[in-house]
Structures are given as C-alpha cells and as structure tokens.
Design a protein around this ligand. Sequence first.
Ligand code: AMP
Length: 422
Amino acid sequence: MYQVPRGTRDFTPDEMQKRRYLEHAMAATFTSFGYGEIQTPTFENLELFTVKSGESIINELYTFTDKGGRALALRPELTAPVIRCYIERLQMEPKPLKLFYFGNCYRYDRPQKGRYREFQQAGCELIGTNTCEATAELLALAYTIVKNTGLKNIRLNIGNLTIISAIFKKLHLLKDDQKILLPLIDKSQFDELHIALGDCNVSEEMIDAFLDVLQTSDISRIRSYIADDITATAELTTMETILYLLKNAFHISEFEIKLSIVRGLDYYKGIVFEIDAPILGAEKQLCGGGSYDLVPLFGGSDVPTSGFAIGFDRTILALEEEGFLFPTIKLDVFIIPVNQDMNATCIEIAQELRSHGISADFDLLQRGMGKSLKYADAKHAEKVIIVGPKELEKKMIVLRDMKTGNQELVSVTGISTKLKKI
Ligand code: AMP
C-alpha cells in the first residue's frame, strides 16, 4: 500500500474546512490592514536561497536539477521569493507596498508534531517604510491576525538585533563565536550559553550581566547596560517609541521585551519578534518576523523591508488544543425520494436550489428513508426534502427541519424562495 511521503499530510474535507476557515480569517485581517495578496512559484532558482544563507542551507532544502540543467529548490519560506518578485515587477509601485501570502513551504526537517516537511505559511512583507508607526503596525498586525483566529493564549515577545550586535561588540565576540552563541540564545539555553561565553574568554562578571540583560524585560536595565554604545542607545529609544505606539495607539499591551529573541543575524536587523502558543509545548512558535535586509543583496535599490511568517499548521494545532469549535461544513438541503420514480424530480429540485446558491444534494445510492436521513445528518444537512408521489400529485413536497424534526408540506414551485429566506 502506498503512503504519503514522510513529513507530508493529506487533508480530508473536515480538515480542509478548518484550513479554509483559517485562511479566510487571516486574509480578512491582512486586507483590513491594507495588504494585497501575492503568489509566487512553488519552486525557485536554488541561488535565491543560497545567496543569503550560504551553501550549507542546501542540507535543509528539497533541491533538484530540471531537464534543462537548472538548479532549483522547493521554497523553504516566502520572504526571498516575494522580495525577488518585488525587484522583478513591483519596484516602481507606490510605496509602501503591503503584500501578504499563503503558500506551502518545504524543508528537509526531522518530522514531529508541529514540524513537517511540507507545511503552509501565512505571512506578509512591508516594503518601503521603517517608521516607528510602520513597525508598530506590523507588530499589531501579527498579534491581531493570531488573536482573530480565535486563539486565546498567545505570547508576543520582542527583541532587537541592533542591540544584540552592539553587545557582541562590547564583549569582543568574533563572527564565528556569534554563530555558536546565537542558537543558544535563541533557544534560551542559558546554562550552555554561560559555558560557551566562558570558552570565548568573556569574564564571569560580563557573562552574568549579559545573561541578566537577555532575560529582563525592564527597559531601564537594558538602557544602563548599553549606556556606552550610542547606536544601541538610539535603537532602544526607537524601540521604546514603537512599543509606546503599540500600547497606546494600537491598544495592544500583551507583549514582552525579550532580547533573547534573535532569529538570525545575517538576515534580520533591528526589531525582531515571535508569537508563541505555549499550549503547543516544544514546537510552540507560531510566528516569527522583523526588519531585514534583502533587497540590495538581490540587486534592487535599497528600501527598508520587514515582515513576518505564521505557521499555518501550528495555528490549527493550537486552536484544536484550546478546544476551539471550527465551523462544520453544512449542507442546506438533502433531498430524499420516497421511491425511485421520484428520482428525476429530486434532481430537478436539487438543480433549482443550486442555481439559487442553496447547497443541495440528493440520495445517489437509492436507499431507504432511514438510511438516507442518517446520511443527511452525517452531512450536517439543515433541511431534508422528502419527495413522495401523493404529495407531488398536488405539487407539494415535505420539508423537514433536521434540528427540530418538524415537518411541513410546502409547494414545489416556491421552494427556492422559501429556503433562501430561512
Ligand atoms: P521561519 O520561516 O522559520 O521563521 O518560520 C515561521 C513559522 O513557520 C514558524 O514560527 C512556525 O510556526 C512555522 N514553521 C517553520 N518550520 C516549520 C515546519 N517544519 N513545520 C511546520 N511549521 C513550521
């Protein structure tokens, strides 16, 4: 028997219903913030991903050579493709550009709950502005989208890579050291970080102060720690303005400053943020984003860019864990013939209802009334129409309400109008 490839999934109609529900909810929030949808190809030239992250990224990618000998990769994320598209087609558009997307991503990860080899991301890129208002709006959008899905318990954590870079400079840490330290900071593995900083010849006193600043959300403590660095101090002041706007203009106060949010120094700069759903345990990160530099690297003229990506699959998992009741697929009407001579009339009624935008299905298995009613119930039919010869002689049919079980005789001709009003 064949099975789905490792790390991929099939989605049944019930699961697709949840996914479509979530897509609609997210798209509605993106558009309410003035974003327009964009779609890019599932595969790109491999170089689009290696130019930023180096050849080592290939281990995490699905790569292939096509019949023309081109090196291609299934996209692992959508920021690089969207920026490529921006440079190719949208550079002359009025700024700022607000683009959102949904798309499958492919990573050669070790599959586990919440971590797949094929998964969907919802995300956005904001191109052409990095004012405090713009960054505050981006943070507000990320928070609002996740909140609007119906999730109750989420955490928005905000870090800053310009400040982290300044601290690295202060501690005389080399680029190679940073590569070892960043993943430890990102995973909040502070004991391991302590040892690694010692290995980098950082004094005990400096290590303690650094670990303290990574774990505090108190801005004044951060400020006094970085007081001797003008760039970092200015960045902290900007960050304070952004957070002030987030709280007092966007009225979002459920966030925390966490300098241990680092995400990746070769890509992001300035503000970075993550949204977690603690209910998910190990793979709890729902969303990650920040400001980044990619346009000049891809050959475009420099503009500020920022964005975020939400793990669509994890959002559904988190909603399920929280017991969220997704809307079920409902059928407006199921039509049952009393005998097979009524089949043609059932079809005509179904077609008439469908042409009026009412979803209708009829018994295709020619089974008895009891089984048909059970089937109608399993399909969450709101109404059932029963077509029998005696009633049909008088141009009437039986309309049954599946919730109450009440039945009434109604005229065949007015059925669409009647059901539309309900
Ligand atoms: P990233 O592009 O790595 O910043 O990921 C953005 C979001 O995508 C994460 O916060 C996750 O929610 C989701 N995500 C990343 N990798 C996977 C994966 N392998 N399976 C499912 N979701 C993922």
